[in-house]
Design a protein around this ligand. Sequence first.
Ligand code: PEP
Ligand code: MG
Length: 590
Amino acid sequence: MQRLKGIGVSSGIVAGRAVVLIQRAQALRYHIPPHKVDHELARLEESRARSRAQLVEIQERLSRRRPELSSLFDAQLLMLDDPMLLPRAATIVREQRVNAEWAVQQVFREFGAVFEEVADPYLRERQGDVADLVGRVHMNLRTHAATPRDMLKELDESSVLIADELTPSLAAQVDWTKVRGFATDAGSRTYHTAILARSLDVPAVVGLHNASEQVQAGQVVVVDGSRSELLIDPTADELARAAQHTEDRRPAMHDAERRRPASTADGVPIKLDANIEFPDDLAAARYAGAEGIGLYRSEFLVTSGADDFRDENRQYEIYRRMLEGMAPGVVTVRTFDVDEEQLASRLANRPFAAGWEPEEPRASRQGLRGLRLSLARPDLFRVQLRALLRAAKHGHLRIMCPFVSSVEQLREARAMVAHAACDLTRRGETVTHVPVGVMIEIPAAAYTADLLAREVDFFTIGTNDLIQYCLAVDRADERVSRLYEPLHPAILRMILMVRRAARRRRIPVSLCGEMASDPAVLTLLVGLGLTEFSMTPGAIPVAKQVLSELRSDELRALARRVLKLATIDDIERVLLAALGRLTLIKGVTS
Ligand code: PEP
Ligand code: MG
């Protein structure tokens, strides 16, 4: 048996047969006769076009399922057009008369040399994106044009994936229902893949250096995410330990474990809800042990195009099924958070009597969006509110308004709820009281949280937007996205301010941004006094486990210390050091 040490990024132990995936292309060099140079250039161009189409497809798929991760591929799409990459490879093909694979490899080496000189760790990390992209271009240069999905066809339910590097784009194409666990040679560069592993609840070890060379395809291996190890040809005892662990995680036992409400080690209850995009995600939320749905992004009814979102009965049926499916848990439905362009594109192909069109197409996500757009389209808003109020009889519903920046908007929204209730009463339907809350995701809302708190039933802090608007950083803009920092002191102070405003008025406050899915950050948020969160379902079991090991008084002391720090680096260092001392389960914060 061989034991390789790495960094556990997702806990759990699994045994399985290795499927080995080497992404780093070992390109061969060969000369091209002059009359074949054009053909070689055409291959390169074709590969670029195919790579672009694949990246766009992945991005679209992710933006439906994991919108917060879809911008991961913006950098690669930009790089496809960078003159230093593929046009430079074309020059090498032309001047040196070599095959396209070799030229691409050369360019990557040149890039690598430049990146090595860069001091900025963020920019150095971009090398991972270049490597990912080069791997893709290489793959598409193959005449049979195999995709990773084809390459991964040999996966079955007993597979453990061993790769030199599991880049986000490859991870997005893996059928995770068929992968028991994974291990990679590379480490920190695949941080986003580590997030995916945790959210998928798949044991994973990274940073193993040369596992992909040591493991033969088909060999039996054990991935131990808790001990940060990969065992090759494990002993019978190790196999039995893995089997026992899998047994312990068997649904029957695991279910009870998962259903247990979350609390800190000293018994402070923490409410963990799920963020979902599609009604079908309810099963995943329940499976993960969510108490309720803290954020249902109802706008997917608009953007997915699956149903006619203007049909009150269709909406009513969807909300009703969701409330019944989650009972007795609370379901918080966020009213449509679309912008005018998304709405216009969904209405474009349909006969539409009101004749409303945006003046001109605008891509801005800062304009007429969320509640602002709902108020500009009372006809659509009222349909949604009626459907929601009708469904409310079938469970515990809360209505949440997105993108609120003033008390006036909130009052208008409340008036719309009252009008919708009148519509129903006129129809002879009984109307139950439904709490109405707002998302705090625009700095103006955070700064006026004390005023808003007097007029709403609950707050939900949406840090995904709050961070970008507070720090003036568009996450989609690669040039500034490294400034997108959940641990920026301004963000922590704003969260504290909103939490205090809510507590003073005794209204519930939760946080549903992606930052809560990171267990290290979550513990800090608990230290800041938050006790309700909503997150991607896969993150809930890990969050429960981490919280159960930590005392709330220690977390409060940690938050007090962190609030005095001036830089993100210091905050990160103190946070991780403190959590290490608090004997957090290994691997979760690495
Ligand atoms: C947020 O802004 O934090 C949020 C949860 O909403 P979304 O990511 O859908 O904008
Ligand atoms: Mg938002």
